[in-house]
Write a protein that binds this ligand. Sequence first.
Ligand SMILES: [Zn+2]
Length: 135
Amino acid sequence: MVKLMEKESEGVVGNIRTVDSQGRVVIPKRIRGLCEVGKGDGMKASMEGSRIILKKAAPDDTGSPRIDDLCRYTIPVDIRRALGIEYGVKLDFYTDGNIIVLEKYAPACGVCDSEDDVRGVNRVYLCGGCRGRLT
Ligand SMILES: [Zn+2]
């Protein structure tokens, strides 16, 4: 599995996108290129544990959501409900062969590696415990 991560100064990495109020998320350009998908393509979504797996739908599959003109994909509502994906949730994109994998982005604390209550503080991610020790 190829994990494509790119740290950038604001704390949001290259292949992370935020879910909008309609449950849509923009599929990053690099991911679209790697999986050879684009505007108008239907994508079949399924769940694998806490991950969402997107596979290009067959041309005769009219039931799968399509990538729209702004390269957004609407995550099926049953999957959003099951995984607690709502407005503002960040999703981390990566690829596995020609499938797209989406995972809720859970940054780890830059000091202790904990994933509890992590928030960005001055461009560094800190967990609740480490934030407490700073103040
Ligand atoms: Zn910590």
